[in-house]
Structures are given as structure tokens and as C-alpha cells.
Design a protein around this ligand. Structure first.
Ligand code: ADP
Ligand code: GLC
Length: 513
């Protein structure tokens, strides 16, 4: 199939979070299955810097741009996946975060920037930009591409449109006047279009107008149809529930593989787990924590925002550090949270290390070195770090929500007995519940290392790589385009059904004490 994959970030060109990981790896997995997938991205300076051999395929005159907008073509770095870049310096040639200014506030012209992006994508989708290529299906992701299905819905001859929700809380909401200044077609200003309680909503354009909607885990697909997670869009999502599907993200196992990871102290796999300890000792050394196998070393990696429950983590530190527990935090985001974490690190220099900023290498080293990874997210559409943790033998401690609920099997009497457990889950977003889960993990860690390693190995044996999820996307694409499916996708990973008894896989080397 010919698929245009529209995204505002893609690893390794530009990344602020998991959307980039997915945008860099799902197209590669689809390409590996024999399809012509091309990514379209804004030509941010970082992206131009990391892309070689670009050619200009079109110069478009678009509403919202005073200069002609170039469409550049090339390949996603390190792959054969096609890449289009929308080059409008007035909109995209500015350093730093693609959505935010240095002070953390939105770029004031985000509506204009992503409306222009959408108009360029529409030209590509209709075969008006690259005259040699016309997609059968356009796959849009998050609010930055929400206007694409809305604009395309006005065309009789057009490709099918899929809109994927990675995070419903970021909606691209702007005042009604912006609708006029963007000179969007009048017919889109309606309850079936981009109007949302008197405001312009980019994400609503995607949800209301795309042929199909997907989100990044089955549980989140259910959650967003409720008022607790729907941000006012639950009614529309319920209405469209026949066209809504949850497909669990995969992980890029080339980038996230402890057996080949060049960032980590010592590579390892499920048969040579003793080498994981070298990574723990290195992490402790690098962050000034007392070295040793004894304390439970927790990790946290992520954006420092309310969604991720960082405040819950802060609230338990005093109680947590009465135990032999250490914690390494890597994150960036809200200044107040960064400051509170740094202040706590001063109080607990032997137990808490905080690194604020974005650091790809350190993210890998935490995944490899920590015993357990804490994810107290209030909501988590999918979450990738818990999957990386499972692959790295680092036990996830997670709130049972969204993709976390779909990927981590809580340790309880039954799951311990049948070796299906992979981590620790809690249900309430309260400091007490987070603390209780951490203490459960600590007791299990202290009680028997053999049992702990069984838990680790069960997680490492799980397969969250892309092929299964990419096959599900293909099934959906084909159904949307009326193409018969010749190959059936494997059933979706089910957190319970996929637990495997792994006692017999415990090799002598992996029995570490
Ligand atoms: P989200 O997309 O909501 O931020 P995900 O778990 O889906 O959450 O993906 C987050 C991605 O960003 C992961 O690849 C994670 O390793 C990475 N990441 C988050 N914060 C940092 C950071 N400060 N430094 C390096 N990588 C980070
Ligand atoms: C979003 C979500 C995260 C998800 C990622 C990729 O940023 O917050 O849960 O894993 O998108 O789909």
C-alpha cells in the first residue's frame, strides 16, 4: 500500500516524547512488510540538519504563507522510509522545541504553523505536490495534523484518512477568531467539524472528520469514551465508537535492546543477566550514590508534567527513603517540579539523583541500571518506557491505566504462582497507593532474589516489538481501503494471556544473588 504518515516529530530527527518514537519506528515496520510509507514532517532546523540528500519536489503557493512553500523529499535517517519535509522558514525555522518557546509557553503562532503544515499535507495527499506519488491512505497523528482529515473531507476524490490519538489532553484549542484568520472553509465551522464549545479545535477536526480513529492502547480507547479521560470529547468518541480502535504501540527493538545497546555500561540478555549488575553499579557511580547490589535502585524517566504523576512521586520521597531505596530521576518539563526534585536531591544526596534536561544516553543507562522503573502516570495513552523496562529486565511499577494496564501484569498470589507477573500495579492515584506499590516491590526484592529474577525474566521474554502492532495497522488500512486481507494479524497482546511460565528458562548464570 501507499501510505502518507503525518507527524510533527519523528525519531531520530526530532523528539519531545513517545510520538517521535512511534513515528520513527511504525513506518519502518510497515516498510519492512513491503509497503511504501512516507513520513511528512515540518522542516525544523534540527530535522534539516539530520537529513541528507534532500531534493525539492514542489514549490507550493499555500494560504497562510507569503512565500512559496518547498516540499523536500528524502529518506528518514538510517532507513529506507521516504520522507517529505514542509519547508516554510517563517513557520518552522526556529531553534528548540517544536511547540514551545524557551520560557515553556506555546509558540504564539502554533495555529498558523500547523494549519500551514496541514495544507501542505493535503496537497501531498491529493497528488498535487509530488506528481509521481499519491497515497491511498493518510495516517495523521495528534492535534498538529487534526486539520488534515477535516480539509480532505471536503474533497470527493481523496485518500482514506486515519486519525491516531496519542494524547487527548493536547487538543490544539484556539479562539474562534483564529478560524477566520486561518481562512478555513466556512463549512468546517460546525458541530460536525472543528467547532468545540465556541472555540477552534484542531484535534476535533481529526476525530470528527477522519474515516477511522485509532489510539495507542485498547484500554485508553475505552477510557477516552468516559468523562474522566475524554476532556469533553467523550460524547463524540462514543458516537464514533464503531470507527475507534486501540492498537498497542510497539517498541523499536533496534534502538531499545540491552544486548546491543551502545549507550550502556555492559550489554546483556536474558541468558547473561549477571551483567545487568554492572549497569546498576555504573549508574550509582555516575550519580554519586553508594554502590552496591543491596539497595533497590528505582528509575524515573519522563516529561515532568502533571500527567506523569511526578507530584505523587515527590510526595512519597520521605517515606520511601526510610528504606534501603535509591532513585535516579531523568526528566524535563515544569520548572516548579524540576526545582522540587532538585531540592529533594539536596536533602537525600545518598539516595536521590536528579538529572533535569533531555538525555537520550542517560535514558538508556537508567533502563539498564535500575532494578525497577516507577511510572505513577495519572493517565498514560500507551507509555513506552515500561516496555523498554520490560526488555531491559527492569521491573515496572505502574498505575493501572491506559497502555500501562495493557502491558504490565501485576504481581499477586496467582500471577506469582503461574509466573505471569511482570511488575507491580496500583489503582489509585494517591501517594499512599504509589508508596504501597514501591514497598511491595522492595519486599519482593529483599525476600528472594531468585523470585525477583523470575519476575525479571518473564518481562524480558515478552515481545512488544512492532511487527504484531504494524500488522494490525495494516489490517485496518486494508479494511479502510476495501482491500481484502490475505494475512491475518496475530491476536493483540493480552496482558494476562501472554504470561509465560519461565522457571525452566532460569539458567545458572541468570541466578544471581
Ligand atoms: P510521552 O510520549 O507521554 O512523553 P512515552 O512513555 O510514550 O511518554 O515516551 C517518552 C519517550 O521520551 C521515551 O522514549 C523516553 O525515554 C523519552 N524521554 C522522556 N523524557 C526524557 C528525557 N528527559 N531524556 C531522554 N529521554 C526522555
Ligand atoms: C503520548 C502519550 C504516551 C504514548 C505516546 C506515543 O505522548 O502520552 O502514553 O506512549 O504518545 O503514542
Amino acid at each position: 500500500m501507499d501510505i502518507l504518515f503525518c507527524t510533527s516529530e519523528a525519531y531520530p530527527l526530532i523528539k519531545t516524547g513517545g510520538l517521535a518514537d512511534v513515528s520513527g519506528s511504525l513506518p519502518k515496520a510497515l516498510h519492512a512488510l513491503g509497503h511504501d510509507v512516507r513520513i511528512v514532517l515540518p522542516a525544523y532546523p534540527e530535522v534539516l540538519q539530520h537529513s541528507a540528500g534532500l531534493t525539492t519536489v514542489a514549490e507550493l503557493t499555500l494560504v497562510g504563507a507569503t512565500e512559496p512553500v518547498e516540499i523536500l523529499a528524502g529518506h528518514l535517517a538510517g532507513s529506507e522510509v521516504g520522507l517529505y519535509l514542509v519547508n516554510s522558514p517563517a513557520h518552522f525555522r526556529r531553534p528548540g522545541n517544536p511547540y514551545l518557546q524557551d520560557d515553556g509557553s506555546d509558540w504564539p503562532d502554533n495555529a498558523e504553523r500547523f494549519a500551514l503544515f496541514a495544507r501542505a499535507i493535503v496537497a501531498l495527499a491529493l497528488g498535487q505536490a509530488d506528481r509521481d506519488w499519491k497515497p491511498e491512505l493518510v495516517h495523521c497523528n495528534d492535534w498538529q495534523t487534526g486539520l488534515v482529515p477535516a480539509l480532505l473531507s471536503l474533497h470527493r476524490e481523496r485518500p482514506a484518512t486515519l486519525f491516531s490519538i496519542h494524547n487527548l489532553s493536547y487538543q490544539g484549542l484556539f479562539p474562534a477568531e483564529t478560524f477566520r484568520t486561518l481562512r478555513l472553509p466556512e463549512s468546517l465551522w460546525s458541530i460536525d467539524g472543528v467547532e468545540f464549545h465556541g472555540q477552534l479545535s484542531f484535534i476535533k477536526g481529526g476525530i470528527a472528520c477522519a474515516d477511522h480513529i485509532s489510539t495507542v492502547s485498547p484500554t485508553y480507547a475505552k477510557e477516552i469514551c468516559t468523562s474522566a479521560f475524554g476532556y469533553g470529547l467523550e460524547g463524540l468518541l462514543q458516537y464514533r465508537s464503531n470507527d475507534l480502535i486501540g492498537i498497542l504501540n510497539g517498541m523499536d527493538s533496534d534502538t531499545w535492546n540491552p544486548a546491543t545497546d551502545l549507550f550502556i555500561e555492559r550489554t546483556y540478555n536474558v541468558h547473561h543477566l549477571q551483567h545487568k549488575l554492572a549497569n546498576k553499579l555504573a549508574l550509582q557511580r555516575d550519580h554519586g550514590l553508594p554502590r552496591g547490589a543491596q539497595p533497590l535502585l528505582l528509575g524515573y524517566i519522563g516529561r515532568l508534567v502533571e500527567q506523569k504523576g511526578v507530584d505523587l512521586m515527590l510526595a512519597i520521597l520521605d517515606a520511601l527513603f526510610r528504606h534501603p531505596v535509591q532513585l535516579v530521576v531523568l526528566g524535563s518539563g515544569e520548572q516548579a517540579l524540576e526545582q522540587q526534585l532538585e531540592a529533594a536531591a539536596q536533602r537525600y544526596p545518598h539516595q536521590l539523583a536528579v538529572h533535569t534536561g533531555y538525555d537520550e544516553r542517560l535514558a538508556h543507562r537508567i533502563e539498564a541500571g535500575a532494578d525497577a522503573l516507577l511510572m505513577p502516570s495519572r493517565y498514560e495513552p500507551c507509555g513506552l518506557n515500561q516496555m523498554y523496562s520490560l526488555a531491559y529486565g527492569t521491573v515496572p511499577i505502574v498505575h493501572r491505566t491506559g497502555g500501562l494496564a495493557d502491558t504490565v501484569v501485576d504481581l499477586n498470589e496467582r500471577s506469582a504462582r503461574d509466573y505471569s507477573a511482570t511488575g507491580f500495579c496500583f489503582d489509585d492515584t494517591t501517594p499512599e497507593a504509589v508508596l504501597e506499590a514501591c514497598e511491595r516491590a522492595l519486599s519482593y526484592f529483599q525476600a528472594s532474589r531468585i523470585d525477583w529474577w523470575k519476575l525479571v525474566i518473564t518481562g524480558m521474554k515478552k515481545d512488544f516489538s512492532w511487527p504484531a502492532s504494524a500488522a494490525r495497522y495494516l489490517d485496518l488500512y486494508r479494511a479502510m481501503c476495501g482491500i481484502e486481507n490475505d494475512v491475518e494479524a496475530p491476536p493483540q497482546l493480552d496482558s494476562i494471556a501472554h504470561g509465560t511460565a519461565l522457571l525452566d528458562t532460569l539458567t545458572p548464570e541468570s541466578r544471581i544473588h
